[in-house]
Design a protein around this ligand. Structure first.
Ligand SMILES: [Zn+2]
Length: 351
């Protein structure tokens, strides 16, 4: 019997629990990441001081860095500061921006990175991708996958509801991204990685059919797992394909054209519902129902955009990921056709 198997790069440990930040030293020692606590801890601007005070008594060998930026240059500067000393690991505690800067800097200096998420706004916590500002644009940069992922549900519950809703949107958008991947496979012969697709779909479907309240432990745990599974799916696929299709192209276009209105996960939620409507997917009904149930944006107006602005974003979307084939590239709609489909979309889902 052949015993060949592929190796899958994944974090050594995934720990989703309430009070994780308060037990960080123990978790680092238990995970064999740092027994002496000689780590560089990066905390973000928002909760930084509160987190530093929780962490300081348990980890007196650690250096704490207060981060307040999200650009590639800022992450490089942080990497330079890390080179000034010897550490077992870099621990990024906070939301997406802090974790992404810590991930990028840790990759640059070749240190393992521990992601401690205090919010669930996107699927970056366990992914091999750092999303950073570069010039005028936001770019996605390949980095090492975190060695450990810890989610503190106490902090998540205290985070703005809008961030959790954004996380729901990012998790659910996998369904649309996967439908685009299969479409690309049928039309263009792209190869779908079955394991990556299975992970991305399982996480998204667990959220899709959840009915517990948004702030319940049961729901937040499922959402955290879905976002972690998305990260693993991207790691296995070697790109963002299992979690990013037309939904994300539309969001990237909105970022470029109308920045600052809404969060990534909210934009991809609307993008996913629109793309699923264009493909006439079986799951479009449950997707709409889940977004409604948890109060996640569904229509352009929910993002503060007019229908015209959304049409412009849809027509620009394919240029944001030139090699990605999705329903937008497949239909290749002209501006009049886009206007017609967007009007139908808004009409259908406003009811
Ligand atoms: Zn995303």
């Amino acid at each position: 019997m052949p015993l060949l198997a592929r190796m899958v790069e994944s974090p050594l440990s995934i720990d989703i629990r309430a009070g994780a930040v308060g037990r960080l030293a123990e978790l680092l020692a238990d995970g064999r990441i740092s027994s002496g606590g000689r780590v560089a801890i990066a905390v973000g601007a928002g909760l930084g001081e509160e987190i530093a005070q929780t962490v300081r008594p348990q980890l007196d060998n650690a250096d704490i860095f207060h981060l307040d930026g999200g650009t590639v240059d800022y992450a490089r500067e942080f990497a330079d500061r890390l080179r000034g000393s010897f550490y077992d690991a870099v621990v990024g505690i906070g939301g997406g921006k802090t974790i992404d800067v810590a991930k990028y800097a840790a990759s640059m200096v070749g240190l393992p990175m521990v992601a401690v998420a205090t919010s669930l706004a996107n699927d970056g916590l366990a992914s091999p991708v750092a999303s950073l500002e570069h010039g005028e644009q936001k770019g996605s940069f390949g980095v090492h996958i975190p060695i450990a992922v810890i989610v503190d549900l106490d902090y998540v519950r205290e985070s703005p509801l809008q961030w959790i809703k954004a996380g729901i949107g990012d998790a659910l958008s996998n369904l649309s991204a996967l439908a685009d991947w299969w479409l690309a496979s049928r039309v263009r012969g792209d190869e779908v990685d079955g394991l990556a697709a299975a992970l991305a779909r399982s996480g998204a479907e667990a959220v899709l059919y959840h009915t517990e309240p948004i702030e319940s432990d049961a729901f937040l745990h499922t959402l955290a797992e879905a976002l972690v599974l998305s990260g693993l799916a991207m790691s296995i696929a070697g790109n963002s394909r299992p979690c990013s299709g037309a939904c994300h192209e539309i969001s990237h276009a909105i970022d470029a054209l109308y920045p600052g209105n809404a969060r990534h996960g909210e934009q991809v939620a609307v993008g996913a519902l629109f793309a699923s409507f264009l493909r006439d997917d079986d799951f479009v009904g449950p997707l709409d129902a889940c977004l409604r149930r948890y109060g996640v944006p569904r229509l352009p107006a929910d993002l503060g955009l007019t229908n015209e602005q959304f049409c412009t974003a849809v027509s620009t979307a394919p240029t944001t990921r030139p090699d990605r084939f999705t329903v937008l590239e497949d239909l290749s709609l002209d501006s009049e056709q886009i206007r017609k489909r967007v009007d139908e979309f808004v009409e259908t889902f406003s009811r």
